[in-house]
Each structure stands twice: as structure tokens, then as C-alpha cells.
Design a protein around this ligand. Structure first.
Ligand SMILES: Cc1cc2nc3c(=O)[nH]c(=O)nc-3n(C[C@H](O)[C@H](O)[C@H](O)COP(=O)(O)OP(=O)(O)OC[C@H]3O[C@@H](n4cnc5c(N)ncnc54)[C@H](O)[C@@H]3O)c2cc1C
Length: 391
């Protein structure tokens, strides 16, 4: 039987990051990444809006983003020439979260204080300050906005994936095109993974980095994970009367919006949000006309003339319990490591999560960053660590 020390199931950003860190920290380790579709046509990584923020409601997520932004900024230093990606085109335009009630403003203030305590630069702006900084926004109904003038923005998602993959490969990781169809468990450990093209791969440890199919992989080992695919339709729009390349990623009631070259990207969460078939990529085109456009126009009158120039559908790997990642070894199967349930914020978390899992695999515990708040224990105890700032 073919053998490896660590079998990583899923080779998009999370699997590639784990492989990158494992091979960097332990050059002699045999790491095999098994990816069913190396075109990544349906991977969330490729279908992402590719943004990073410090403005989370859960401290561990802020800590993850503190490392994430440093890593993205100095990507070429981390990955070296072997990564082949000199820079990720990071644009730090910031995020602007808007609140419309006194209670909402108080929440933004509390969260900003927590985020600043962890090193973020979040400021809370009064409506008149928002109007000065972003004069194209209507502020009459607002009570406050929280804005990160640095350390937040967007970047090249496929550059991140490709640099991590190339660097991991250069350090000795093996990338295999195949689908994992089974896990063999004996004596309370994963012993091997079964590949669709035939044959088993014996492993010392396995990593579940299967994105929206994470629950399927967990089920192969007899475990339940509350992770399901949820459909998100993203619109690229042209708005000739609204050209604001310096605009932040705006989080308003009912939609988000950010510039994308000469155009804008916008999306919303459908009212009837629920699990979808992992192969359903039909767009919910009505969402732009029925939900987004009216609110967008009310917030920014320059969006009076708008054309949808493109759209795409991606799936969140949605954690039903608390919309937060599920990380680390499963107590029922201590050599199966989870990197699952990112619920729409996994791209920015890949650097810190990859490093954390690699260190855990190699040493038996969290090292550089304590990620235990995101461990599967809370899922098993039904103790949600709810992320309120889900976009
Ligand atoms: C519309 C949209 C917008 C988003 N915006 C942001 C954002 O702005 N910022 C942010 O941080 N995050 C964002 N996200 C989330 C982010 O893209 C994901 O959390 C992240 O890419 C997850 O990476 P992953 O490697 O875990 O999963 P994926 O990218 O889904 O990759 C999983 C991989 O596993 C493979 N696989 C599955 N099962 C098997 C198997 N049995 N055998 C072998 N291979 C298998 C799949 O082929 C796939 O390539 C967004 C997501 C979407 C859909």
C-alpha cells in the first residue's frame, strides 16, 4: 500500500496552506494532498469575493486576521521564489460596517474596542464623519459606522492558492488528482484513505479540507459535522455614475458592495437561506433586482443607472451551529484534523489556520496562536461560539 505521513483531503486554499506549513516546518515529512478537481471550478476558493477584515465579533477571528494580513502583505517573503507569485495585489480600502439604531451603534463601539485591543485599527465614525469621508453615501438613517482604514481590503485569491501550492510542492508535498471515497478507521485512528481511481493510501494523520463536502468526508469516518453548502450569487455591476475606486467594502443592511476594477461587486444573503445541493450552481438572478438594487440606490444615489455585467455562484461551507470554523483534531479520532465550516470567511483565515493545524499535527497542541476556541469540542457540547459579523 502507498504510504504518507499526512493525507490532506482537498487541495484548495485550506489544504494547500496546511501542506505549505507542514513542509516548511518539517521538511522530511511526507505530505500528500488529494484534490478531486485541480481546475477548482467549483471550489469556494476560486469563487470567493477574496476580502480580509479585522472586524469580527469573535476575538479568535480577529487574532487570525491579524496574522492573515501580515502574511498576505509579505506573501513573497513567506513563499519565496518557488511560490512564483510576487505579490497578491492587496488593496487596503477597508471595510465599513453600517448601523442604523442606537443599539447597533453601541455594538459597533464594543466590537471596535475589542478589535483595537487585539491590534486592529477599527474606528467608529459618526454619520457626519461618514458623510465627509464617503460623500457619495446617504447617511440620514445611520447611527454609526465602523471602519478599518488599514489591514482590511481584498486580494488575489487564486494567487494565494497558487503560491501556497507551488511553495508546498517545492518543499516536497505531493499533489495527487483523485477523489477520496472512504476512510479506514481501526483502533480509534484513521489508517488509510481510499481513492476513487483505486488503491488505498496509508497515513499517519489525515486532514479534512474538503470545503462544502466536509460533512461527507467526516461521515466516511462515522462522524457528524454540521457543515452544509449554502448558495451565494455574486453580481458584478457597472454603475457609470458611481466611480469611487477608493470605496471600502461596505456592509449595509441586506447587501454588501465593493469596487472591482472599474466595476463593483455586490451580493446578499437570500431570505430563504438554507442548504443547497453541492452541485447546484444555478444563479438566483432575481436577487439583484428584487433585493439589492433598491437598497443600494437608497444608500448611494449614484447607483441610479446600473447594469449587471457578470455574475457567479459560489457555495459557503456553512457551519449551522455558529458560522465559525471547526478546527483541530476530533476527540473521537485524534489523528483526523478538521479545517471546516468557514462560513464565508475562510480565504483570509487560510494562512493562520494552515499554520495552526500544521503545528498541532507536529507537536500535539496549538502553538503560535491558540485556536482552541474553534475546536470541535464546542460542536460536540452544542456550545455555539457565534460569529455575529457574518457577511
Ligand atoms: C461567494 C463567496 C464569497 C466569499 N468571500 C470571502 C471573502 O471575502 N473572504 C474570505 O475570507 N472568504 C470568503 N469566502 C469563503 C472562502 O472562499 C472559503 O471559506 C475558502 O475558500 C474555503 O477554502 P477550502 O479550501 O476550505 O474549501 P474549497 O475552496 O471549497 O475547497 C475544497 C476542495 O476540496 C475538494 N474536495 C472535496 N471533497 C473531496 C474529496 N472527497 N476528495 C478530494 N478532494 C475533495 C474540492 O474539489 C475542493 O477543491 C467566500 C466564499 C464564497 C462562496
Amino acid at each position: 500500500m502507498d504510504q504518507t505521513d499526512v493525507a490532506v483531503i482537498g487541495g484548495a486554499v485550506m489544504g494547500a496552506s496546511v501542506a505549505f506549513w507542514l513542509t516548511r516546518l518539517a521538511p522530511d515529512l511526507r505530505v500528500t494532498v488529494i484534490e478531486a478537481d485541480p481546475t477548482y471550478a467549483r471550489a469556494s476558493t476560486a469563487l470567493s469575493v477574496a476580502s480580509i477584515r479585522q472586524q469580527f465579533s469573535t476575538p479568535v477571528n480577529v487574532a487570525i486576521s491579524r496574522f492573515g494580513i501580515d502574511f498576505l502583505r509579505s506573501f513573497a517573503d513567506w513563499t519565496g521564489p518557488a511560490g512564483g507569485v510576487p505579490d497578491l495585489g492587496l488593496r487596503e480600502n477597508g471595510y465599513l460596517f453600517l448601523a442604523r439604531s442606537a443599539e447597533g451603534a453601541a455594538t459597533l463601539r464594543d466590537l471596535a474596542a475589542m478589535q483595537r485591543g487585539l491590534g486592529a485599527l477599527t474606528q467608529v465614525l459618526e454619520p457626519h464623519q461618514i458623510a465627509v469621508r464617503f460623500p457619495w453615501l446617504a447617511v440620514d438613517d445611520l447611527s454609526a459606522g465602523s471602519f478599518g482604514a488599514r489591514d482590511e481590503g481584498w486580494f488575489d485569491n487564486m494567487g494565494l492558492l497558487s503560491g501556497l501550492r507551488a511553495a508546498a510542492r517545492a518543499h516536497g508535498a505531493r499533489f495527487v488528482t483523485d477523489r477520496v471515497t472512504g476512510l479506514t478507521v481501526a483502533g480509534g485512528r484513521v489508517r488509510s484513505v481510499t481513492l476513487a481511481r483505486g488503491g488505498d493510501l496509508a497515513c499517519g494523520a489525515a486532514v479534512n479540507a474538503a470545503g462544502t463536502r466536509a460533512a461527507d468526508v467526516a461521515r466516511m469516518a462515522g462522524l457528524d459535522l454540521p457543515v452544509e453548502p449554502r448558495k451565494r450569487t455574486v453580481f458584478v455591476i457597472d454603475a457609470p455614475n458611481a466611480r469611487h475606486p477608493e470605496a471600502p467594502l461596505l456592509i449595509d443592511h441586506g447587501f454588501y458592495l465593493r469596487p472591482e476594477g472599474p466595476h463593483w461587486i455586490t451580493a446578499t444573503v437570500p431570505q430563504d437561506d438554507g442548504p443547497c445541493d453541492p452541485d447546484d450552481f444555478d444563479p438566483d438572478l432575481h436577487l439583484f433586482e428584487d433585493v439589492i438594487w433598491e437598497q443600494l440606490y437608497a444608500r448611494a444615489p449614484g447607483f441610479d443607472a446600473v447594469k449587471v455585467v457578470r455574475h457567479w455562484v459560489g457555495h459557503y461551507a456553512y457551519n449551522r451551529l455558529d458560522q465559525n470554523a471547526i478546527l483541530g483534531p476530533h476527540p473521537g479520532l485524534p489523528n483526523l484534523f478538521l479545517a471546516n465550516g468557514f462560513s464565508g470567511h475562510g480565504l483570509q483565515q487560510a494562512p493562520a489556520v494552515g499554520r495552526g493545524l500544521a503545528e498541532h499535527i507536529l507537536t500535539g497542541g496549538w502553538q503560535s496562536l491558540d485556536l482552541s476556541d474553534l475546536s470541535v469540542d464546542r460542536i460536540l457540547a452544542n456550545r455555539p461560539l457565534r460569529e455575529a459579523a457574518v457577511v
